[in-house]
Design a protein around this ligand. Structure first.
Ligand code: NAP
Length: 252
């Protein structure tokens, strides 16, 4: 896969899957915009780890109502065009119905949907507008295995990712006439800070047993699928949802 001189924006690229994705694109010659919310030190570390030059940090809380438009317009102001948009930023909050009060419950639903769905829909809107003007582009959205198998202790997370899948497939159909391809990568548990923060040691052990490979995904493995969907050869895979879950959950 070659991404020489492609202008790529990766949201939530200060760490985890976003960081691995930014590094993989940079290795293949892309100019990478690294979006992050608040952790500037980590974002700067990612920037310094990228091969080549032409990369830049873009601080923006994408869940902010006007954040998506501001981010796309800052990116275009710097690079001139947006070729590939990777909507990776996401959050997960526990809200077990057996344990939390109603305020916690409603707050979790609101925050999760604002980041995992509304921010992505806003970024798709402004990103696609820009791609229409420049003749096309690729959008890859990062979903989750939880969209399919259920998330008993964080149902809003599963619901937000299921909605993200449906939105991505609708946009794949709608945007094809503009030469814009939309794909989804749905990871299972991946060795990142999000996974580390949300798992107890016992849960971690149980999770490792879910996959016949007896391990979690590495962020680089998720990045590989993202790059595939963003590559020229994958144009006819628009609308696809690629599972990266080590055969831990197989859907028909
Ligand atoms: N890790 C897993 O097991 C797993 C499994 C399935 C799906 N996923 C999905 O994969 C994606 C990445 O997960 P990860 O594990 O790599 O996450 P992570 O390690 O927690 O990193 C999250 C990244 O998103 C950024 N971010 C969060 N909210 C943001 C906002 N409102 N605006 C801008 N940036 C924001 C963070 O920025 P700061 O550093 O500035 O806070 C950080 O760069 C998410 O969509 C997640 O749902 C992860």
């Amino acid at each position: 896969m070659d991404f020489t001189n492609k202008n790529v924006l990766v949201t939530g690229a200060s760490r985890g899957i976003g960081k691995a994705t930014a590094m993989a694109f940079a290795e293949k010659g892309a100019n990478v915009g690294i979006n992050y919310r608040s952790n500037e030190a980590a974002a700067r570390e990612t920037l310094n780890a990228l091969s080549g030059d032409g990369h830049k940090l873009f601080q923006q809380d994408v869940s902010d109502k006007d954040g998506a438009q501001a981010l796309i317009s800052d990116f275009i102001a710097h690079y001139g065009s947006l070729d590939i948009l990777v909507n990776n930023a996401g959050i997960s909050i526990f809200h077990d119905i057996d344990e939390v009060d109603f305020d916690h419950w409603t707050d979790a639903w609101k925050k999760i949907f604002e980041t995992n769905l509304f921010a992505v829909s806003n970024l798709c809107y402004w990103g696609a507008k820009s791609m229409m003007e420049s003749g096309g582009g690729k959008i890859v959205n990062v979903s989750s295995r939880g969209a399919f198998r259920g998330e008993p202790t964080k149902p809003a997370y599963g619901a937000s990712k299921a909605a993200l899948n449906a939105m991505s497939q609708s946009l794949a159909k709608k945007l094809a006439k503009h030469n814009i391809h939309v794909g989804v990568v749905a990871p299972g548990f991946t060795e990142t800070e999000m996974a580390a923060q949300t798992l107890t040691p016992v849960e971690r052990d149980n999770l490792l047993r879910e996959s016949p490979f007896q391990r979690m995904a590495q962020p680089e493995e998720v990045a590989h699928a993202i790059l595939f969907l963003a590559s020229e050869g994958a144009s006819y895979s628009s609308g696809a949802i690629i599972d990266v879950n080590g055969a831990s959950y197989l859907r028909s």
